[in-house]
Design a protein around this ligand. Structure first.
Ligand SMILES: Nc1ncnc2c1ncn2[C@@H]1O[C@H](COP(=O)(O)OP(=O)(O)OP(=O)(O)O)[C@@H](O)[C@H]1O
Ligand SMILES: [Mg+2]
Length: 327
């Protein structure tokens, strides 16, 4: 039967439609789910707020989604903010003192908070106190305000940029990893269903392989394949639709984009395959070293095409084979 596509062309809206709203819909990351749910269950039994939690891992692996699932589970609302907007002491004080009892404060990109903002967060996380300095100069004094119970859930792609005092104030820290292929396949099927598109098994396999084992990427590729299918094939996503879509996006069957291939190529042509330092590499391919480290490298390392050594980055044997199309 031909299915009707849902009527939205806005990817943001689709994003929200695809976001899991129950633990069952949150595929994979089984260990994390188990631990988190135990922590929440125990907190609920005691009638308390959950401990503060920190999630870290690559972009698009489901950190924000987890924060909202926790809010749902605890039956409380989630206030969302981001590290870069927490600059001055007053920014943090204002948010914390406006929280309703047991509310969740979600701080995304927590590694980008200023140190002044961090300092005021310490006692708040540890003992629910806000220490504010009132007045200036010799007459300045610190007043301490009690905060209602609350939970901070923080997320970051760069846990190594968090200071250890901040890190140590979270009751539990979870690392989200790349997903299993089977989990990504389930996510793709579920999303296709929500989008009202029929998808063939081979198409699911192709998409999963090119998804960088990341739910957000899988959903993005799926949406583009659906666009293709909608225009060319009566809304049925088959292998052909996926292959054409990947071609159009210049994504290869392993999910590598042109920039990934250029990076490997440059390492071989300009640096004899390495070792090469991140900043030299960045200069050679006109990318921020941070982007290479956060966006390109982790997946190349996971595929075994690139390696980090104390001397710098190197292209592996497998990486060379990949470039020679023998992978
Ligand atoms: N476990 C999962 N099961 C199903 N879908 C998921 C899962 N995790 C994430 N997704 C999908 O992937 C999208 C991206 O997830 P999310 O926004 O939570 O990632 P993130 O880790 O917060 O990324 P960023 O670091 O960029 O903020 C979600 O909108 C959701 O549709
Ligand atoms: Mg997020």
């Amino acid at each position: 039967m031909k299915k009707q596509p849902i009527q939205t062309s806005d990817d943001k809206e689709v994003d929200i439609a695809l976001r899991p709203s129950s633990w069952d819909e949150y595929v994979g990351q089984t260990k994390i789910k188990e631990s988190v749910r135990l922590i929440l269950e125990a907190a609920k039994q005691r009638g308390e707020s959950s401990d503060h939690l920190l999630f870290y891992g690559q972009a698009g692996l489901g950190k924000t989604t987890l924060a909202y699932l926790i809010g749902r589970e605890m039956g409380v609302s989630v206030r969302s903010t981001t590290g870069p907007t927490l600059e001055r002491t007053g920014d943090v004080a204002a948010i914390l003192s406006n929280l309703e009892p047991h509310e969740i404060l979600f701080i995304d990109e927590v590694h980008r908070m200023s140190s002044a903002a961090e300092e005021i967060l310490y006692p708040a996380l540890e003992s629910r106190k806000l220490h504010l300095v009132v007045g200036k100069g010799p007459s300045a004094k610190t007043v301490s305000i009690d905060l209602p119970p609350f939970t901070v859930i923080a997320a970051t792609t760069k846990v190594n940029m968090l200071s250890s005092p901040l890190r140590s104030r979270f009751g539990a820290i979870f690392r989200l990893d790349y997903y299993q292929t089977e989990d990504i396949q389930m996510i793709i099927k579920r999303s296709a269903n929500i989008l009202g598109a029929e998808i063939k098994e081979k198409a699911v396999h192709r998409l999963a392989k090119a998804s960088r084992l990341t739910p957000r990427v899988a959903n993005r590729l799926l949406r583009r394949a659906r666009d293709y299918a909608q225009v060319h094939q009566e809304n049925i996503i088959d292998e052909e639709a996926v292959l054409r879509t990947l071609e159009m996006l210049e994504v290869d069957e392993f999910g590598l984009e042109r920039a990934d291939r250029e990076l490997l190529q440059t390492m071989i042509e300009k640096f004899k395959g390495g070792p090469v330092g991140l900043s030299s590499l960045g200069a050679a391919i006109h990318e921020e070293p941070g982007t290479i480290e956060e966006v390109f490298e982790p997946y190349l390392i996971m595929l075994g095409l690139l390696n980090r050594t104390p001397m710098g980055r190197i292209v592996t044997e497998k990486g060379r084979e990949y470039l020679e199309n023998k992978f």
